[in-house]
Write a protein that binds this ligand. Structure first.
Ligand code: GTP
Ligand code: SPV
Ligand code: MN
Length: 624
C-alpha cells in the first residue's frame, strides 16, 4: 500500500474512504493525504452531491455556531471578524519559484519561503475539527468550459456557501482520469474565538502556488479569502486560459431585451463594489452571472458562461422599491446566508435598507447598540458596508434560462467601468474591439472600495477590473484580450461606462437607475439600430435616442441640459488621465504591446485637435 493510501485509510471511515476512492485521481488522493498530515483533523467528511451530505453541511454550520438561524425558514447569518471584512491584498501572495518573475505590482513571495511559512501556520490547524472535502465545478460541469475544483476546509460555513455559489460535481469527478489536473484549495479558519470568528488575525494568509494549482488560506473566514472557487481560483484560471487561448474575466453577464422580443447578452467588468451585480440585476432583464465569466470562441462566435451558480452580493442599499427581486428572495423561505449584517430578534438589518433599523443586536463587532463607538471614538455602523447575501441564481425570478447551457451564450457586447468622478462620459463605444479593450479596459482608473481591506476612495489603475487576480504578465493579458477577437467576423462591441461622474460641486451626474438606459443603448448599438456621435474618446449616444430611451425605460424627461452636463468631453481631465495611465503602463508593464501606446497617442492627438477647435469642454452638440 502506498503512503497516500495508508494515510487515507487510517483517517477516513470506510464510507468516506470509498467515496474518495470512487474519484480515481492521483492529485486528489495525494492532496487530501497531504492535507491530513499537515492539518491533522480529527476526521474527514467526504461530501458527495447526495441530499443527505449537503444537508449535513447545512446543519453542521448551525450546530458548530458558524451560522445562526434567522426567523425565516432556511435563512442563516454568519459573522467574520472585524479585521476580516473583505479581500486582503496585503496577506494574499503568489508563491513564485526562484527562476520566475511576476509583475512587480503583484504581491508575491519566494515559493520555498512562502510554503514554509504557510505550512508552518497550518500545522495541526484542524486538530479536533472535521475536514470537509467538496467536489465542485467552475462553469457547467462536464462542459468545454468546466474546471474541476477540490475544496478542503474546516469551515462548514465555507462548505455551505460553496454549495449555493458553485455547481456540485461529485459525479463529474468520478469520470475524471487518474492524471487529470484539478484545482485544489486548502482552507482553515484557524483558531476561533468565543464568537466563532478567526482569532489569529496577525497570521491571516492566502498563498497561491500556481505551479501546482494549489492555494492555501488560513486564519480567515471572509468569502473572498476562503472560498477557493471565488477569487482564488480566478488567479489559476487566468493562467489556464492563457495557456489554452480563452479568457477568464471579472465580469457579470446579462441578457438584455431589445425590440421585437430579441435578447442580447452583454458582459461587464467593474472593480469590486463598482456595479457588476447592480447592472446584472436591472429590472426586467435577465441575469446569467454577476462576478466571474469565461469566454471561448465556438463556431466563430464569442460565447460566455458564468463560472458560478449563485450570488455573493453586496447587501448595502438593497431596498424593497429599487431591488424588488432580490428583496423578495431575502424575505421568503429558502436558502440564504447573510454575512456581517445586524441581527436583532433573529431578523437581519443592513445599511441603507430603506427601513427602520433595530437599536441593538449583534453585528461583526459583537454586541451592538446604535450609540456604539470604536476605539477611536467613531460610530460603529449597524452592519459592515461589505455585508453580503449568498443565494443560488435560480432562486431569482430573473435568472437567465441559459445559465447551464454547456456552450454558454453568444456575446453581443462587453463593457468596462470604474469609479471615475472626473473624466469619462457615462457611456461610449470603442471604435473597434482593440480600441475599446485598450481605451476602456486597460485604461481603467477607479477609486478603491470597501470590498478590499484598506483605505477607501484612493484612485488607482485597475486593468480590466481584474488586476488583483492577474497571475500572468500584465502585457500578456492585454495582448490576449486584444487578439482574442482577431479572427471573429463580428466581434462583440466594446463599451466604456462610468456611473460615478460628478459635477464641479461633487454631485453625481446620474441616478443609479440611469445605467438601464445605457445598457439599452448598447443593446441597440449591437444591432446597429441607432447612430452614434464620434468624439475623441469613442462613439457617444445621440441626444434624441436618449430622450426616447429615458422615456421608455424610466418614464423620465431627459433634458438637453442633462445631456450636455453628462456627455461634455472634458479634455483636460481626459488628457491628465491618459498621462497617468500611460505612465502606469510604462512603469509596470514591460513588453507591453505597441498598440497600447499607439492607441493612447491617437486619443491624445484627437483630444488636442478637438481642444484647439472647440476648447477645453466640448458639448456633444458641437460634434454632430
Ligand atoms: P463585487 O461583488 O465586489 O465584485 O462588486 P460588484 O461590482 O458586483 O458591485 P455592486 O454592483 O454590488 O456594487 C455596488 C456598489 O456600487 C453599491 O455600494 C452601490 O450602491 C453602488 N452603485 C451601484 N450603481 C451605482 C450607480 O449607478 N451610482 C452610484 N453612485 N452608486 C452605484
Ligand atoms: C470582490 O471583492 O470582487 C467580490 C467579493 O466579488 S469576494 O471576491 O468574494 O471578496
Ligand atoms: Mn467580484
Amino acid at each position: 500500500m502506498s503512503n497516500t493510501e495508508q494515510i487515507l485509510k487510517e483517517k477516513l471511515t470506510e464510507e468516506n474512504y470509498s467515496k474518495l476512492m470512487a474519484v480515481d485521481n492521483t492529485k486528489i488522493h495525494e492532496f487530501v493525504a497531504d492535507a491530513i498530515e499537515l492539518a491533522n483533523p480529527k476526521e474527514v467528511f467526504v461530501c458527495t452531491d447526495s441530499a443527505e451530505d449537503v444537508k449535513r453541511v447545512r446543519e453542521m454550520a448551525i450546530k458548530v455556531g458558524e451560522e445562526g438561524k434567522l426567523t425565516i425558514a432556511g435563512h442563516t447569518y454568519h459573522f467574520d471578524g472585524p479585521e476580516d471584512q473583505g479581500r486582503d491584498r496585503e496577506i494574499t501572495k503568489y508563491l513564485v519559484p526562484q527562476d520566475q518573475t511576476l509583475s512587480k505590482a503583484l504581491n508575491q513571495i519566494d515559493r520555498e519561503e512562502g510554503l514554509k511559512e504557510i505550512r508552518g501556520l497550518m500545522k495541526d490547524c484542524m486538530k479536533g475539527r472535521t475536514m470537509i472535502v467538496r467536489f465542485l465545478s467552475l462553469a457547467p460541469a462536464g462542459s468545454v468550459f468546466s474546471i474541476p475544483c477540490l475544496q478542503a476546509t474546516d469551515s462548514w460555513y465555507v462548505a455551505h456557501s460553496e454549495d449555493l455559489l458553485y455547481r456540485s460535481a461529485y459525479d463529474y469527478f468520478c469520470t475524471l482520469k487518474k492524471d487529470d489536473n484539478v484545482f485544489c484549495f486548502l482552507h482553515s479558519a484557524g483558531e476561533l474565538n468565543e464568537r466563532n470568528v478567526s482569532a489569529d488575525v496577525e497570521n491571516k494568509r492566502v498563498y497561491m502556488d500556481y505551479t501546482i494549482d494549489t492555494i492555501y488560506t488560513v486564519n480567515s473566514q471572509y468569502g473572498g479569502n476562503t472560498m477557493g472557487l471565488k477569487k482564488l481560483a480566478l488567479r489559476l484560471t487566468i493562467r489556464k486560459a492563457d495557456r489554452e487561448g480563452w479568457l477568464a474575466e471579472h465580469m457579470f453577464v446579462s441578457g438584455v431585451h431589445g425590440p421585437g422580443g430579441r435578447k442580447t447578452y452583454l458582459a461587464g467588468a467593474f472593480p469590486s463594489a463598482c456595479g457588476k451585480t447592480s447592472t446584472a440585476m436591472l429590472p426586467s432583464e435577465k441575469i446569467l452571472g454577476d462576478d466571474i465569466a469565461y469566454f471561448r470562441k465556438i463556431d466563430g462566435k464569442v460565447r460566455a458562461v458564468n463560472a458560478e451558480n449563485g450570488i455573493f452580493g453586496i447587501i448595502q442599499s438593497v431596498k424593497e422599491d429599487s431591488d424588488p427581486i432580490i428583496w423578495d428572495v431575502l424575505h421568503k423561505p429558502g436558502e440564504v446566508i447573510f454575512s456581517n449584517i445586524l441581527v436583532s430578534d433573529k431578523n437581519p438589518y443592513w445599511l441603507d435598507m430603506g427601513q427602520d433599523i433595530a437599536d441593538k443586536g449583534i453585528n461583526f463587532t459583537g454586541d451592538w447598540t446604535k450609540d456604539k463607538k470604536d476605539a477611536k471614538g467613531n460610530a460603529v455602523p449597524c452592519a459592515h458596508k461589505n455585508a453580503r447575501y449568498t443565494v443560488t441564481l435560480d432562486a431569482l425570478e430573473n435568472c437567465d434560462p441559459e445559465l447551464n447551457n454547456p456552450n454558454g451564450v453568444e456575446l453581443g457586447g462587453v463593457m468596462y467601468g470604474g469609479r471615475d468622478s472626473k473624466a469619462s462620459v457615462p457611456v461610449q463605444q470603442g471604435f473597434d474591439w482593440a480600441h475599446g479593450i485598450i481605451s476602456y479596459g486597460a485604461s481603467l482608473e477607479t477609486e478603491t472600495t470597501f470590498a478590499i481591506i484598506g483605505a477607501e476612495g484612493k484612485i488607482e489603475i485597475n486593468l480590466m477590473s481584474i488586476q488583483d487576480f492577474l497571475a500572468i504578465p500584465f502585457g500578456k493579458y492585454i495582448q490576449n484580450n486584444v487578439e482574442f477577437a482577431k479572427d471573429i467576423k463580428n466581434p462583440p462591441l466594446v463599451f466604456g461606462v462610468n456611473y460615478f461622474l460628478r459635477d464641479k460641486e461633487g454631485k453625481f451626474l446620474n441616478g443609479v437607475r440611469d445605467k438601464h438606459v445605457w445598457v439599452k443603448w448598447m443593446e441597440l448599438r449591437v444591432h446597429n439600430d441607432v447612430d452614434a456621435i464620434k468624439c475623441p474618446t469613442g462613439m457617444i449616444p445621440c441626444y434624441d435616442d436618449l430622450v426616447k430611451l429615458f422615456k421608455q425605460v424610466l418614464d423620465k424627461e431627459y433634458t438637453k441640459e442633462d445631456y450636455v452636463n453628462q456627455f461634455t468631453i472634458r479634455v483636460p481631465e481626459n488628457l491628465a488621465k491618459l498621462d497617468r495611465v500611460e505612465a502606469y503602463h510604462k512603469e509596470n508593464i514591460p513588453n507591453n504591446i505597441p498598440l497600447v501606446y499607439e492607441t493612447m497617442e491617437k486619443t491624445r492627438k484627437l483630444l488636442k485637435e478637438a481642444q484647439a477647435k472647440y476648447g477645453d469642454y466640448i458639448s456633444p452638440f458641437d460634434l454632430i
